[in-house]
Structure formats: structure tokens, C-alpha cells
Design a protein around this ligand. Structure first.
Ligand code: TRP
Length: 452
């Protein structure tokens, strides 16, 4: 019966196109900007290990579940949840999962776009040679001046949102697939080149040691939650982005195989980013825990002093912007698909309205770095709060609900038909999705509220 269900938005043109789109959604600022700075803030190796465990034991099984639910429902997250609950005779309240996902996507994109705006501004800085010969304090000052200027941040945030809306309005074939075909491979190549540079720095081994040495004394309940939140964020899970991408997936494609490829690629990119950044941090005697500015305060030092640094600098920040674009289109797609499918909007209009709302919300983050920097709730500025609530709470809760739905509400016949795996593998997935993944999320939460 599902064979006859089709997404109103069309389908990916091939298995490879889906892998590219899913990798494009997964690989983004989360890997290159966020992973290094939260690893720095949470003490290094032990945090990385917890992160990797979360990816394998919680993230990957839930990604399989989210994709298969999307492909079975074939619509935006809300309509998909309505279809699936009807099919499973489950409680119709499950469709709120779709609502939470769409809202999380918009909230995340509102600050994601501001950071992608930083990267865009840094393309220009790289191009005009601002890093040339600058030492660590000078680079730090440039960054402080940049984020201290609401006008500059607003300009780049606006430019990035316009680019996102423009790609989204073209639909999945023309907009996304074309760009991704050359984007993802070039990103990989550039990262490898930069690893080559990092190897020549005096702090190379110290950087590796920080990233891979296990010192569990530095691990707190908060860092375990951050690691789990990061696994969800980096894979792009728990808010229906994977669900809508799954809705565009042709029936024949193996979901598990795709998920293995995508989560591996995502993890490799995050680790490469760490291997590039920490050696530069240590070589220049910089603090590892400097927060969201970390890559903007470290990499330019390298670009300003290495041979070919001008070109590498431009290439790096261009790639970062493009990697962010292939994620931002995924963050907004659930809202756009819903406006088109359930509200009868054209794709253009849907992209316009969802984009406009996100753009407006973005100003809360922009001002967090300057005019409203003193405004704190629970000790955090608005940007930090948005990041905490979405990544550490909404995504894991969404992921937990997805695991419960796929594991306990959907009939095994249905999930088995979608996954089409040999029996033993299917049973392993069932074990993970029914017990291990939800229990994992649950225990981390208990740990954080102090019960455990
Ligand atoms: N995974 C992307 C990154 O690492 C961001 C992203 C895309 C995302 N889609 C998502 C995050 C869905 C959460 C949910 O940069």
C-alpha cells in the first residue's frame, strides 16, 4: 500500500542524491563550529567518547526510525504523524510531535543563520586579507569588533536567510541536489588539506591528546546532556527534518545503509574539524574554552601565517557557508512542506513566510552578542538559551518520542516492511529502538535533573 503513497513535493532522483542531501543536512556548523567549541568547554576526550556512544547507540537507531516514519507517511511531519497514528490506531495527540519539530526547526535556524552569517562575513575578511600577519590578540579583537556590531551581523544574517529561501523555493531537485553534488566532496578535500596544515604546527600532538585522551574527572551531568544534544543536533535528528527528507526517499532504497553512511560521514567531519582546530589553539597558547567564537579566533591565525593562507582562508569560510546552507534548507523544509501540503501555499510563498519569521527571530540572537549582552535569563543570554532549549531539550525529547512511536506504536509488520532487513539485523534495531535508545535519553535527563 505504501508503494502508491507519494510525497506531493516529489522524490530524490537517486539513492546518491538522498545520501548527499542527508549528509548535507547532517554536516554543517554543528560539526565545524559547534563540536570543537563544546568539546573545548567540556574537557576533551571523555566528552568526545560520550558523544560517539550517543551517535552509535541513540542517534543512528533513531535516525533509522525517523527516516522510515517519513517514508511511510510521505508528508510534512504533522501530516505524516496523522497518517501514521491512524494507521497504527494510536492516540491522535501524537501529531503534536510534528508541531514540536517544525517549531524546533525554525528556532534553531534563527540562530544558525546568525552564525552562518559570521562565516559569511569571514569570507569577506579572508578575501580582503584581514588576517594577514595578524597575531592571536589581533584576530581576537577583529572577532570582538565584528560580533559587537549589530549592523554587520544583521546584514549577513539577512543575506544568509535570503539565500536559504531562494534555494528552498526552487524545490528539491533544482535547488538542493545540484548544489550538493560538488559541495560535499569539495568540503572533504579542503578539510584534509587543513589537517595537513595542522600536522605541521607545534601543538599537533597536544591537540590530538586533548581530543582523544580520556579524563573522566572532567565529565559532569551537564556535559553528558550536551554530548547527547550534540549527537541529535549534528545528525539533524528529532525535529522532522530527517522525516521530510525520508518522505522524498524512493521505496527501493535501503534506509539502514544510508543511515550508516550519513552518520559515519558526519562523525568523520566533526573529528577532522577537531583535529584541525585544537593543534592551532595549543600552538598559539589560546584557551580551549573560549566558546562560540573558537573557530573564528583560531583558524584566521593559521590562514594569516601559512603559505597559501589567503586562498585556504577564503575556501574554508566559503565551504563553511555552503555546508551551513545545505543544513539550513533542511531546518526550514518541515515548515515549508507543511505550509504547502496542509495550508495550500505555493512553495515560493511558503519559503517566504517561514523565512520571514525565522529572520525576525534571528534578531534575538544578534543582539545577544552586543546590545542585549547583559540581558540574562537563568544566567544565559538569549542565544545560549535558544541553543540550550532546542538542542539539549527539544531534540532529545523529539527523538525519544520518535523511538517510542517507531518501537511501540507502529506495528512490527510496518516497520519491517520499510526497513527490509534480514531478521537478525531487524531484531537488533528493534532492541535499540524499543529499549536502549529511549532508556538512554531518559537516564541522561534523570542524571541532569539530579535524580541519578
Ligand atoms: N546537523 C546540522 C549541523 O550539524 C544542523 C541541522 C540540520 C539540524 N538539520 C537539523 C539540527 C535538524 C537539528 C535538527 O550543522
Amino acid at each position: 500500500m505504501t508503494d502508491t503513497r507519494k510525497s506531493p513535493q516529489g522524490e530524490w532522483s537517486s539513492h546518491f542524491a538522498f545520501i548527499l542531501a542527508a549528509t548535507g543536512s547532517a554536516v554543517g556548523l554543528g560539526n565545524i563550529w559547534k563540536f570543537p567549541y563544546i568539546t573545548g568547554e567540556n574537557g576533551g576526550g571523555a566528552f568526545v567518547l560520550v558523544y560517539l556512544l550517543c551517535v552509535v547507540l541513540i542517534g543512528a537507531p533513531i535516525m533509522i526510525a525517523e527516516t522510515l516514519m517519513g517514508r511511510r507517511g510521505r508528508h510534512n511531519p504533522i501530516t505524516t504523524m496523522e497518517t501514521l497514528t491512524a494507521e497504527a490506531h494510536a492516540d491522535p495527540h501524537w501529531h503534536y510531535l510534528g508541531w514540536m519539530g517544525i517549531s524546533a526547526g525554525i528556532l534553531i535556524l534563527s540562530y544558525y543563520s546568525v552564525i552562518a552569517g559570521w562565516a559569511s562575513g569571514y569570507v569577506l575578511k579572508a578575501f580582503t586579507g584581514s588576517f594577514f600577519g595578524a597575531d592571536a590578540p589581533a584576530i581576537k579583537q577583529q572577532f570582538a569588533d565584528f560580533i559587537g556590531s549589530p549592523i554587520q551581523l544583521a546584514f549577513w544574517h539577512t543575506a544568509f536567510m535570503l539565500a536559504t529561501m531562494w534555494i528552498v523555493k526552487q524545490g528539491i531537485h533544482n535547488g538542493l541536489e545540484k548544489a550538493l553534488r560538488w559541495l560535499m566532496p569539495s568540503l572533504f578535500v579542503l578539510l584534509i588539506l587543513l589537517v595537513g596544515y595542522a600536522m605541521t604546527t607545534p601543538g599537533y600532538f597536544q591537540g590530538l591528546h586533548f581530543l582523544f585522551n580520556l579524563d573522566f574527572s572532567k565529565l559532569t551531568g551537564g556535559s553528558v546532556l550536551t554530548a547527547m544534544g550534540q549527537a541529535f543536533f549534528s545528525l539533524g535528528l528529532g525535529m522532522g527534518a530527517v522525516m521530510v527528507y525520508g518522505a522524498y526517499l524512493p521505496k527501493k532504497v535501503s534506509i539502514t545503509e544510508t543511515v550508516v553512511i550519513v552518520s559515519l560521514a558526519d562523525t568523520v567531519v566533526a573529528l577532522l574539524a577537531g583535529i584541525i582546530i585544537f593543534p592551532i589553539v595549543f600552538s598559539n597558547g589560546l584557551p580551549v574554552n573560549s566558546g562560540p567564537g573558537l573557530i573564528f579566533e583560531t583558524l584566521p591565525i593559521a590562514f594569516g601565517s601559512m603559505t597559501g593562507g589567503w586562498l585556504f582562508g577564503i575556501m574554508f569560510f566559503v565551504m563553511l557557508v555552503l555546508a551551513a546552507l545545505s543544513s539550513s534548507v533542511a531546518l526550514i523544509e518541515p515548515a515549508v512542506a507543511w505550509l504547502v501540503e496542509a495550508r495550500g501555499f505555493s512553495r515560493e510563498k511558503a519559503a517566504l513566510w517561514a523565512g520571514l519569521l525565522t529572520w525576525l527571530l534571528g534578531f534575538a540572537s544578534i543582539f545577544s552578542f552586543n546590545s542585549w549582552a547583559g540581558f540574562k535569563l537563568f544566567g544565559h543570554n538569549l542565544f545560549e538559551l535558544l541553543d540550550y532549549v532546542t538542542a539539549n531539550l527539544m531534540l532529545p525529547i523529539g527523538g525519544f518520542a520518535i523511538a517510542i512511536f517507531a518501537g511501540w506504536m507502529m506495528t512490527a509488520d510496518h516497520s519491517e516492511a520499510e526497513l527490509d532487513l534480514p531478521k537478525p539485523q531487524y531484531q537488533i534495531w528493534q532492541l535499540l529502538i524499543k529499549y536502549l535508545a529511549p532508556a538512554g535519553v531518559f537516564f541522561v535527563f534523570l542524571h541532569v535533573v539530579g535524580v541519578l
